[in-house]
Structures are given as structure tokens and as C-alpha cells.
Design a protein around this ligand. Sequence first.
Ligand code: GLC
Length: 446
Amino acid sequence: MTEKNEGSGAFAGRKLNRRDFLKMGGAGLAGAALLGTAGCGGGGSGSGKIIFTMGPDADGSIAKLINKFNKQKISELEAIHREMPASSNGYYDKLRTEFQAGTSDISVVGVDVIWPKQFAPQNWIMDLSDRFPESEQKKFIPVTISVAEYEGGIYAVPWLSCPDAGLLYYRKDLLDESGISDPPETWDDLKEMAVQVSEEAGVQNGFVFQGSNYEGGVCNALEYIWTHGGDVLDDNDNVVIDSPEAAAGLETYASMLTSGASPEAVANWTETESSANFYNGDSVFIRYWPSLYGGFGDTATTKIKPEQIGITKIPVDKPGDPTYSCLGGWEMSIYANTEIEDDAWKFIEFMTSEQSQKERVIIGGYDPSRKALYDDPEVAEATPVVKLAKDVLLKNVKSRPVTEYYGDMSLEMAEQFNSALKGDISPEEAVKTLQKSLGQIMEEAQ
Ligand code: GLC
């Protein structure tokens, strides 16, 4: 099974969060981290290579573009992809260890959209304002720019899949066989259809998603909270998660398991397991990112063909309610201590160019970050997700509550959301606990 998504995988035991690090005193830990990273990595700043870190290159499209960059000698230095863990959490932990040690040989960092606002205040990545002026920024989808801004600077260039956004994929062929012509609009519709169609078609699971105790679990649960009218922070960054709306969202989240619409195993699933299940024909519905689409029709990945698939928006609580998709995606930053800043920039310019993005969109079905590609007929033909993104998603995409302290907040949310999903705690308990712990994080931040 080819894993299609770059930011997926199991929660990779994060040992220390930022506050723990500060409490322990950075220096001692940095020493430990230094020992831990000795011998890792390929190259070194003295090796004269542009070392680019990113998760696995599932469809080979990163390698293809890097070969082109090297062949065309766009820089005198050769670029290489250093593969990082597929899980956003595991990748974050690796970067943090290297950056805290201050000895990293990385020059270009593929960053999850939630990282620039966390990395910039630590001085781990560079302000790119001089190289990436507003006139250029305007060519990108606005939300992909705002996540990279920090105190008047811009710290990343949006790449792919950016914007990522939650979508509901379904087996159109199986819904048709059950006489269902329209996909679900509400979460209740989804539950009913998932139970009915999986039974009638003899498919193992109704609806699968990413419910594990990790970053993807936060994205999934937030979509339920938002579509029930709840939120984590208000406009003034006050924690407001202890609300009947947020609790109702988590109640619906947990009801996916108790109603039998979803298997209990999803509480431990990430992108890897959920996509494998759907690609294998073992589920009727899946909540996933746009990149899933690129795999359909690829016989090495799945027996399911694109014509068997329908894609729709994330369901809502009541008919007519607004939908929300969690914003995800990957951008490119320059490591603050690199000695090859100019070459790193040439690499970023090449990888995020219209032409390079187009090639990768066509291979992998990712959402492009450049506006122009949403009107490109070849892109539209290669993946219907881009059209859906333009018509629907870009209007309903919502960012996680990203602040400098998001890393800590995310750990707390991941745990509480997962416990509520498993039924270990009630939705009310989860939002009360979070109101306290997130409030503390925000207070300490003042
Ligand atoms: C996807 C998204 C990323 C998110 C991750 C969670 O890779 O692009 O933003 O953090 O999934 O698993």
C-alpha cells in the first residue's frame, strides 16, 4: 500500500513539549539532543548540498522535481530530499531536536501549516520578506499566506498540498446500488447511510477517519466542533471551548463509533490506516485530505477507480448549517542557521513555481497553492478535487487555533478528543478539562 499523504502516520511519542524544554533549561537538553542526532542526516552544511526535509515521497513526484532542479543546474549545489517521518508529530519532534541542538545541516524545511507561527518566534526559520514580497504573495491562496506570517514577516512559501482541507469521499457506486442519489448533508445522514450501505453492500466498514491521539485527530474533532457552532479560541484569543456547542460536536464525534457507523479501531487510526482501508474497498465513506484522490486508478495503490468515487463537503449538524474543513498543508521555509541561504531560496522558488506545482498536482492530485492553477484546464482534468476546492472548500476552510503555543495546545486537544471518541470521558468532561489546560497555556504565554 502506498501511503499518499505526507503528514500522516501514528502519533510518534513526543517526549518534551516547549514548556518542558524551557523548564529544564535549554542548554542541558540541547546537549542531550546533540548526542542524539550525532551521525544522522545526509550531508552537513559543509557537504555543499541543499538538504530538503519532508515526509515520504509516496508518488515519486518530489524526486522527479529534484532531479530536474539538479539537471538544470539551477543552483551550483545539488539538492537532496532527506526523508522525515510521515506523521506530522514525528517529523516535528525530529526537527525540534535538531533545531534545539543548533547543529542541523538542513537548509530547506518542508513545514506543516501549523509550524511557521511556532518556529518563527524560536528563530528556527528565516523571515523571507525580502525574497517573497507582497506582489508575489498575492499569487497564492490568501489563507496559505496568513498562516506563514509572524510579527510583520513572512516565514514560509506555500507549496503542496496547500491548502489541504478535510473532505468526505464516498463510494458512489455503492450508494447508487442502495438507491441513494445524494451524498449525506448532515452527520446524522452520514451515520445512517454508513450503516445502511455497508450492510447492503457487504462492506466491512461504513465510515472511517483519523481518530488517533495525534495531530490528525485534532483536525477531525475540530470539524465536528466547528460544524456544531463551537470553537477553541474567540477573536481575542480567549479560550471558549467549554460550550454546549463544542460538547455537542464531540458527542456527534463519539456517536460515529457508538452508532456502528465507524469501527472502534478508528480511534487508533491515522491517515495511513484509514486510507489503506478505503483504498482496499473496505469502507463506504472516508474523511480525508485532497491527496487521497491521486491514488484512485493507480493499481499499485488500490483497485478502486476514480469513477467509483464521489467527493463532498464535511457534513453539518442541521441542514443548511455552514460547513467547515480543517486547513492543512505544507509550505517551505529556510532553516535560520543555514550557510547556503541563496541556494536554498533558488530551490524554494523552483519547487513552488507554477510549473513545478502543476507537475506535482497532475501526478499526485494535491491542491495547488497558486491561484492561477485553479483555472488551468489540465489541472482540472487531472483532479476534480481542485474544482471542488475552488467552488466550495476555499470558502469553508478554517485554521486550527495556531499560535506560538499551538504545539502544547495540540497535545492537550489530541488527548481529550481521543478519550471522548473512545467514550473514556464524556464530551462535557473533555471540554471542561480543555478549558482549564488551554487557558493555562494561554495565560503562561502572556
Ligand atoms: C495533513 C495536513 C497537515 C496536518 C496532518 C495531520 O498532512 O496537511 O496540515 O497537520 O495532515 O495528520
